[in-house]
Ligand binder design. Structure first.
Ligand code: PEP
Ligand code: MN
Length: 338
């Protein structure tokens, strides 16, 4: 951290800053320029915060020089992390498309979905048993019964499952059902207690971006999980809130290269919740892979018109298969496979 002093700061004010730096176990380096005096704090700057210095008299401003996140930062881990999900690699050369319905409805619907997911060439399956709905009167998900239905359907075809955890009290049940990837939804990105608890497991976690979260807030949320010892984190951009109302959310494609620069962890895109309409999904999906995403989270329903949740944005089985074909082409151009 560097602390920039006011032009007319006194020696006493300077000494007070130096003492404060030392109180926290760091060393101070004073650099007296012609215009300003700047004090550098040397040591683990995560122990300090700008709030400690900004209110002190004589201080103009204080700035961090190291990022506040460490485990997730590429700075400390230059090579890409590849996460192994029951033998399926995510984050490497091969792109992964996680497909399935928004929510688990019936055994028949999930059995059929699993077959279509497999036939399309996807290696991972999604489905929500616990649904975060805007209205308390809307279908809230099948709950534990949904986990059971999902597990049976996916196991028949050997597909690892991805499902959302909303409440920390369900974590043990998720572990009993051996959920392969825990999804933390956009509404829970900053539910720090939930993040800490999944951080104590070794399950891969998909951390969706909060609908109004900055990149830095998102990275810090991931750091909460990582700090508990679980480094198996996958970032998922799903569109952010803006002034635009034509589509459900604005897919922030810029986040892909930015995250790839900032973190070594895999980055995927959810084009379904971004566009909110099935017809937009293929274009957004192709753009995501072209921008460098490691995979996609896509909603597909055997009969979209019959879906209990997010019917408008679900691809039908044929559309998912066609999309997989397109993505193979995009991946190839980039020296990757799909
Ligand atoms: C979902 O993936 O079903 C979901 C609810 O997504 P989000 O948290 O991005 O809204
Ligand atoms: Mn959905």
């Amino acid at each position: 951290m560097i602390i920039v002093m006011n032009r007319d700061a006194s020696e006493q004010e300077l000494d007070a800053v130096v003492r404060k730096i030392r109180e926290f176990g760091l060393e101070a380096n004073i650099s007296r320029g012609t215009e300003r005096t700047v004090i550098g704090a040397i040591g683990d700057e995560r122990k300090l915060s700008p709030d400690l210095f900004n209110p002190m008299s004589g201080v103009e401003q204080s700035l961090r020089i190291v990022k506040p996140y460490k485990i997730v930062a590429r700075e400390w881990h230059p090579q890409d992390t590849v996460i192994d999900i029951k033998g399926v690699p995510l984050g490497g050369r091969q792109i992964q498309v996680i497909a399935g319905p928004c929510s688990v409805e019936t055994q028949e619907q999930m059995d059929l979905s699993a077959e279509y997911v497999k036939q399309a060439g996807c290696r991972l399956m999604r489905g929500g048993a616990f649904k975060p709905r805007t209205s308390p009167y809307a279908f809230q998900g099948k709950g534990v019964e949904g986990l059971d239905i999902f597990r049976r359907a996916a196991d028949r075809l050997g597909l690892p499952i991805v499902t959302e955890l909303m409440d920390v009290r369900m974590l043990d049940t998720f572990l009993e059902y051996d959920v392969d990837v825990i999804q933390i939804g956009t509404r829970n990105m900053q539910n720090f207690d939930l993040l800490k608890e999944v951080g104590r497991t070794d399950k891969p976690v998909i951390l969706k971006r909060g609908m109004s979260a900055t990149i830095s807030e998102w990275l810090m949320a991931a750091e909460y999980i990582a700090a508990g010892g679980n480094h198996n984190i996958i970032f998922c951009e799903r569109g952010i809130r803006t002034f635009e109302t034509y589509y459900r959310n604005v897919l922030d494609i810029t986040a892909v290269p930015v995250l790839k620069k900032e973190t070594h962890l895999p980055v995927i895109i959810d084009p379904s919740h971004a566009g909110g309409k099935a017809w937009m999904v293929p274009a957004l999906a192709r753009a995501a892979i072209a921008a460098g995403a490691d995979g996609l989270l896509v909603e597909m329903h055997p009969q979209p018109c019959e879906a209990w949740c997010d019917a408008d944005q679900a691809l039908d089985p044929g559309e998912l298969k066609a999309l997989m074909g397109d993505l193979k082409g995009v991946a190839e151009v980039l020296g990757r496979t799909a």
